[in-house]
Design a protein around this ligand. Structure first.
Ligand SMILES: Nc1ncnc2c1ncn2[C@@H]1O[C@H](COP(=O)(O)OP(=O)(O)O)[C@@H](O)[C@H]1O
Ligand SMILES: [Mg+2]
Length: 265
């Protein structure tokens, strides 16, 4: 589906990117100046305790927050110029939040196709795309249902489909499975891995779960709190596809305890 998207269209660069909130003299530094490249096509996990700046970093990448200083490039394009977001850069990005945030009065396919409607795509084309995406995320047959008729996990599948509707190269996810029970969460992590392997998207996912981070990641960006900064970057080289039997492997447990040691400080 996205084989044609060049890897460079899917890369992200932070260049001395800093974020402060509040009045200049009494501001909170949510992210200290950070320089980091996220290569196209990878699975990058932002990990850290609550309040360390994970959401801030993701929202900066998504163009939902303006950097206080420094810049951000998405697909090689500067996200901001003269205080304005670059719509070209934004078209590379799809976002998934902890809550599915579907419109309750729209069917699943209408929800998924909504970003296409806003972009002026014809009805036939956008419903065709919604159907294709329902198959991709494993909710084929539920196109005409209302959000309330679906389980939490299925609603989150629909919100992933919606984020993919206009075929962005980059999928940004903020604790997307944090509101789901543990078993559904394992399923969704497997599904995300499959979708990612099938589509070749760049995924940047925020979590505070160490196990989830090690299970999913090519690369873990460990953030430390107050002021938020990148403490360490850890490569996670396990082969794919991974499944939950990985939890029992000594190397998996080694990385998990290493991260516990870092986070428990
Ligand atoms: N809109 C905001 N206004 C003021 N402070 C904020 C805002 N958003 C985040 N912060 C502060 O920035 C820090 C990082 O927050 P956040 O990025 O939400 O952390 P995380 O997602 O890791 O829990 C926290 O100290 C938080 O209180
Ligand atoms: Mg957060």
């Amino acid at each position: 589906m996205t084989a044609a998207t060049a890897t460079s269209d899917k890369s992200i660069s932070l260049k001395a990117t800093e974020k402060r909130f509040g009045a200049p003299k009494a501001s909170v530094q949510a992210l200290t100046p950070t320089t980091m490249d996220i290569a196209g096509g990878g699975m990058t996990i932002l990990l850290g305790p609550s309040g360390c700046g994970k959401t801030t970093m993701l929202r900066l990448i998504a163009g939902l927050e303006t950097p206080t200083s420094g810049l951000i490039e998405v697909g090689g394009v500067n996200l901001w110029s003269n205080g304005k977001r670059n719509s070209d850069a934004l078209s590379h990005l799809g976002m998934v939040f902890q809550e599915a945030n579907l419109f309750p009065w729209l069917t699943i396919e209408e929800n998924i196709a909504l970003p296409l409607k806003l972009r002026g795509v014809s009805k036939a084309e956008r419903l065709g795309k919604a159907q294709e995406l329902c198959r991709l995320v494993g909710i084929a047959g539920f196109e005409r249902r209302m959000p309330r008729e679906l389980s939490g996990g299925m609603r989150q599948r629909a919100s992933i489909a919606r984020a993919l509707s206009y075929d962005p190269g980059i999928l940004l996810m903020d604790e997307p499975f944090g509101a789901l029970d543990a078993i559904t969460r394992d399923t969704m992590n497997n599904e995300l891995q499959r979708i990612w392997m099938e589509t070749g998207k760049t995924v940047v996912l925020v979590t505070h779960s160490i196990g989830e981070a090690v299970f999913l990641a090519d690369r873990i960006v460990l953030l430390s709190p107050r002021p938020g900064r990148v403490q360490e970057i850890i490569e996670v080289p396990f082969p794919r596809p991974r499944d939950q039997s990985m939890y029992r492997e000594p190397e998996f447990q080694r990385i998990v305890s290493y991260l516990h040691g870092k986070l428990d400080h």
